[in-house]
Design a protein around this ligand. Structure first.
Ligand code: ASP
Length: 187
């Protein structure tokens, strides 16, 4: 990701870094992401371009490989900040994103024994490029014990992630507490 940043913008690099982590089953994002308490994966992601003061996010999306890519499309192709659920999935497919199953054998096993193993890594990235422009991104499968449909801090701009011309922030931890503190935006 560092080499990528040498020749790409902060926002492209953040998308690239988060995408790599979404594709790695070690993390709770994208492929292998955690399911909610009903056993269904619903993922949240957000990307913010601090220089352009733009952000895009998706919440409760499934059936796509890289939620961060869809968040980027929301930022680049719409006038909105956040699209949720099935409509986010349809938006992705309409924009050429392929269908993808992010559930893995390991994610099912992990979900089944979640009472012992409550939490593993949401992913985030912050980058500053050669022009000094800053971007931030974040992606998660959320919490295994959450109610279906629960949305935490991740897709809320200023909640779990934020960027402007001076700073970039990506948080991890208890989404409800992060949201109440407006943690990323409070910097
Ligand atoms: N903040 C995430 C959420 O509550 C979880 C995490 O950071 O691991 O959805």
């Amino acid at each position: 990701a560092y080499d990528f940043l040498k020749s790409h913008s902060a926002v492209d690099s953040v998308e690239f870094a988060v995408r790599m982590m979404e594709d790695n089953t070690l993390f709770n994002a994208g492929t292998g992401a955690m399911m909610q308490s009903d056993g269904i994966q619903r993922m949240d992601a957000c990307i913010i371009d601090g220089y352009r003061n733009k952000g895009g996010a998706v919440a409760q999306i499934s059936g796509v490989k890289n939620p961060i890519e869809v968040a980027r499309m929301v930022m680049e192709k719409t006038q909105h900040c956040l699209i949720v659920g099935e409509e986010a999935q349809k938006f992705a497919y309409l924009n050429g994103i392929g269908r993808y199953v992010t559930v893995t054998k390991e994610s099912i096993e992990r979900w089944l024994k979640i009472k012992e193993d409550t939490h593993y890594g949401t992913v985030g990235a912050v980058a500053i490029d050669m022009d000094g422009k800053i971007a931030a991104g974040i992606s998660t499968g959320g919490w295994a014990t959450s109610l279906p449909g629960r949305v935490g801090d991740v897709p809320i701009i200023g909640g779990g992630t934020y960027a402007n011309e001076q700073v970039g922030v990506s948080c991890t931890g208890h989404g409800e507490k992060i949201s109440k503190a407006i943690l990323a935006g409070a910097v």
